[in-house]
Design a protein around this ligand. Sequence first.
Ligand SMILES: *Cc1c(COP(=O)(O)O)cnc(C)c1O
Length: 358
Amino acid sequence: MRLHNFCAGPAALPTAVLEKAKAEMLDWQGKGLSVMEMSHRSDAFIGITQQAEQNLRTLLNIPTNYQVLFLQGGASLQFSALPLNLLPSGKTADYLDTGVWSAKALKEAKRYGNIQVVASAQNNGYTCVSEQSTWQVSDDAAYFHYCPNETINGLAMHDIPQVKAPLVADMSSCILSTPIDVSQFGVIYAGAQKNIGPAGLTLVIVRDDVLAEANPACPSLMNYAQQAKHGSMINTPPTYAWYLAGLVFEWLLEQGGLLVVAKMNQQKAELLYRFIDDHTFYNNPVAKKNRSIMNVPFTLADSRLDKLFLQQSEQAGLLNLAGHRSVGGMRASIYNAVSLQAVQDLTEFMADFAAKHG
Ligand SMILES: *Cc1c(COP(=O)(O)O)cnc(C)c1O
């Protein structure tokens, strides 16, 4: 029996994808072996990667002047890879601080060069992003980094910043949740374990013209140009995770693509936020314009009830509702693979709980 999983990551995967992987586990398409046991240089596996990339390009409408890389190390390794690839010595990179993840990204980047924090939402507890007109943007930044969906804080930016420098976005927890205009970005990166597939795979989509000279100290495995040249296979890639990501892309196309998926996500998020706003027992602190469609943090009127809420929700088949350890409270992550039914069941449970304890 599969329960409703609201984990922030590694997160729920579509049951249909797991079924397909199960059916192909021992013998992939008559080849007599599992994808896990294939050479990454084999025609069969190369075919799997090409199909995965093609489907991703279709889903996101990725222009031909962008490279798609399937790397390792998680989104966190990209915090270092970005300055090592894009920040020449003496230049500055701009960072917008909107939550735990963008703060980590800029802290790591500071190890490699000049980092300008253009604005920080830390002083409002990461609940609201200031207007772009107030940001201290550099004149000549090598790139501008931001995180459109802060997974831990449940804070999202629904408008793309308009800046001169190449725009770099950590889309780990929002990629494939809605259509995006890839052409507005220099680099998009995302750890796979939220909305793409299993942990161990990291997606990097990079525009050709931002691939300048990388820092000579940049490890080859983190060097975008070199990885692009080698089809993301300088060394053995995470083959099974790559294959599963491909199955997820296929599943998204079968759903009708990202417009259809976005509508469903909107419906799920509206249902949950409306419920929270209608019940004083629950609270979400994020400014309405910055509310995340994917990660919905909320608190109970009395935090002494947190433990009981988590115990009873788990008994009701609603898994992983604890907020991140750094912020506490609750969080429901409602990625693509989490159904409307799951959110309905969650709100019913929350209503019952509030009625008993409110
Ligand atoms: C999960 C997450 C990360 C970290 O991902 P890892 O793959 O664990 O390194 C970074 N940024 C965002 C927005 C995330 O949601």
